[in-house]
Design a protein around this ligand. Structure first.
Ligand SMILES: NC(=O)c1ccc[n+]([C@@H]2O[C@H](COP(=O)([O-])OP(=O)(O)OC[C@H]3O[C@@H](n4cnc5c(N)ncnc54)[C@H](OP(=O)(O)O)[C@@H]3O)[C@@H](O)[C@H]2O)c1
Length: 267
């Protein structure tokens, strides 16, 4: 097992069979944590955990659909049985629907997104709470999105779920701080990986989306991972109920800018 910032820590990362979650799981393990890898299919989670163990890190694969309360309870019970505790929960699992106008969104699709992105995260928080309280603390990081900070036409269910996840973050931070449990969120912008993988094939689209970002590019997956690890670490011991926006400056920026409109200059 590796030595590092998270030696002796047990970390559960939901939705870590691929994409950003997988990179978060690997990074925690590389820094000494025992990692619980999760996805809906047990085999997929076990395959990732096995690969991680093959690289000399410690991981266990657990299958659970996080929108299913029984499955979440079972996953956390199994993690606790094997490793004895859970110090860090990263609520990373998330889904979106293909873009469509708000008036066309079906109730079923809306509820499915909420069930995973919001209810699933809430269920996981509740499931790890007793163990964190008993041990005198813990850290929860919710992976929200810049889409949770403002409206994005075509992505209503996703935006609503990610905005509500920020509220969940603040409510739990205030309620659970007496137990030493910190709850924070990250809000990534466009990331070059994960659910954006198919988008990356379309150069013109990537270039148009990048033009909305002051840094003029998508985030690398590692740039999100680093922030999650920071929030879980001792370096963030006084950060609670906070959302760290990792979007290259996009949420604070209007495009086209006044400068572009009045002088045609490209900033
Ligand atoms: N990529 C971006 O640009 C971006 C930007 C902002 C925020 N985010 C957020 O970052 C998080 C990770 O996104 P990503 O891009 O890495 O997505 P991704 O590549 O699609 O991965 C999603 C992960 O969630 C798991 N998952 C989906 N539904 C689940 C469920 N019901 N129960 C358990 N696991 C489930 C998937 O595993 P299985 O399919 O094996 O179950 C997979 O491991 C999401 O919350 C997303 O909203 C992403």
């Amino acid at each position: 097992m590796r030595e590092g910032r998270f030696s002796d820590k047990v970390v559960l990362v939901t939705g870590s069979t691929r994409g950003i979650g997988r990179a978060i799981a690997v990074a925690f393990a590389e820094e000494g944590a025992k990692v619980l890898v999760n996805g809906r299919q047990k085999e997929a989670a076990q395959a990732v955990a096995e690969e991680m163990r093959g690289r000399g890190t410690e991981a266990l694969g657990l299958g659970a659909d996080i929108s299913d309360p029984e499955a979440v309870r079972g996953m956390v019970e199994e993690g606790l049985k094997v490793y004895g505790k859970i110090d860090v929960l990263v609520n990373n699992a998330g889904i979106s629907l293909p873009p469509q106008p708000a008036e066309g969104v079906q109730r079923e699709g809306f509820e499915k997104v909420m069930a995973v992105n919001l209810t699933g995260a809430f269920l996981c928080c509740q499931a790890v709470f007793p163990s964190m309280r008993e041990r005198g603390g813990g850290s929860i990081i919710n992976v929200s999105s810049q889409a949770g900070l403002f409206g994005e036409p075509g992505l209503l269910p996703y935006c609503v779920s990610k905005a509500a996840l920020l509220s969940l973050t603040r409510c739990l931070a205030y309620e659970w701080s007496p137990y030493g449990i910190r709850v924070n969120a990250v809000a990534p912008g466009f990331v070059a990986g994960g659910m954006n993988e198919p988008v990356l094939k379309y150069e013109a689209l990537v270039s148009t989306l990048s033009s909305r970002v002051p840094l003029k590019r998508f985030a690398k997956v590692e740039e999100v991972v680093e922030v999650v690890l920071f929030l879980a670490s001792e370096a963030a011991s006084y950060i609670n109920g906070e959302v760290l926006v990792v979007d290259g400056g996009m949420t604070g920026y209007r495009t086209p800018s006044i400068l572009q409109l009045t002088s045609g200059r490209g900033r």
